[in-house]
Design a protein around this ligand. Structure first.
Ligand code: FES
Ligand SMILES: [Fe+2]
Length: 322
């Protein structure tokens, strides 16, 4: 269901739903994404499973009292067992199972230090993959420096910031604005490559900010110039107007471990500042389908056209706004 400020349904794609360390093998927890109540569990071999929360028998919430038995999830209410595909494999007080009793199941992969799940409103199979990001886990790079926020907006609006260089001056007070060199789209992927100059005590240094999007909820932002840093930004819709945002920085290590963490902390601090600056705009703005743009604005309409491919359900936009 769309919200008042945004006309869009939940886009399909791969989304971060957890970090691998959030759950030990055999644990079960409740999560809410995509306007759905979900159960996230880890079988005893360590694989993650994400399913709709309500048991198809009589509706118990599987995360409240549910337990893991090998590679099965047991419902707390009458003990029915479900496998990682959502099929009922055992009803403890019956000789038979019920083939109609299926729990909706979302494809899950553990990759790049994230637990990622595929959402599609009509349960279509994944249409692309999130690539392995080689710098993650490379000893030349630091571990994650992570931060997370819940923001009352949609991933599309946050992502549009990247195509909007002018706001950096006014919202974030940056004295130089990145100069976009290239904006490319390729199916579910897109990239924005820009030059950025940094003013340092020793003069102006040329750097780059290159943003790579892999679908609607996963992006890699590579900062280079003075130092090398990568931000893996994940945005997961909680409902039609609330998003869980996670920023995960890694920096190329210096010989001095303390310097590495100082630099990483500085990136985290800067992104935190930017989120606090963006938040009041994001949480109150409305999506205008036909914005009045300046000729020097960024590729906002191109970005929107690219992003629209992730909406499988129909939606309507009026000329005045959502
Ligand atoms: S509600 Fe789950 S087994 Fe009855
Ligand atoms: Fe911003």
């Amino acid at each position: 269901m769309a919200s008042r400020r945004f006309p869009f349904p939940i886009p399909f794609g791969w989304y971060q739903v957890a970090f691998p360390g959030d759950l030990a093998p055999g644990e079960v927890t409740a999560v809410e994404y995509w306007s759905r109540e979900l159960v996230l569990w880890r079988d005893t071999a360590g694989a993650f499973h994400l399913q709709d929360a309500f048991c198809p028998h009589l509706g118990a919430h599987l995360a409240y009292g549910g337990s893991v038995d090998g590679d099965l999830l047991t419902c707390p209410f009458h003990g029915w067992k479900f496998d990682g595909d959502g099929m009922c494999s055992n009803i403890p007080y019956s000789q038979r199972t019920n083939r109609k009793a299926r729990v909706r199941t979302y494809p899950v992969v553990e990759r790049n230090g994230f637990v990622l799940a595929w959402y599609h409103p009509f349960e279509e199979a994944p249409k692309w993959e999130i690539p392995v990001i080689e710098e993650i886990g490379d000893p030349a790079w630091s571990d994650f420096y992570a931060s997370s926020y819940v923001i009352r907006t949609i991933p599309q609006e946050m992502s549009e910031n990247g195509a909007d260089p002018a706001h950096f001056q006014f919202v974030h007070g940056t004295d130089t604005v990145a100069e976009m060199e290239e904006y490319n789209t390729d199916g579910p992927c897109s990239s924005m490559l820009s030059k950025q100059s940094y003013v340092t005590p020793r003069g102006v240094t040329e750097g780059r900010i290159d943003v790579y999007n892999y679908g609607p909820g996963f992006s890699k932002v590579w900062f280079s110039g003075i130092v090398d840093a990568i931000n893996i930004a994940t945005t997961t819709p909680i409902d039609a107007e609330t998003t869980q945002v996670r920023f995960n920085f890694i920096v190329r290590r210096f010989d001095d471990e303390k310097l590495t963490s100082t630099v990483a902390d500085a990136f985290v601090k800067e992104i935190n500042k930017q989120v606090q600056e963006d938040r009041p705009i994001w949480e109150h703005k409305s999506f205008l389908p036909s914005p009045a743009l300046a000729d020097t604005d960024g590729p906002i309409l191109k970005f929107r056209k690219w992003y629209s491919q992730f909406y499988a359900e129909p939606y309507e936009v009026s000329a005045r706004g959502a």
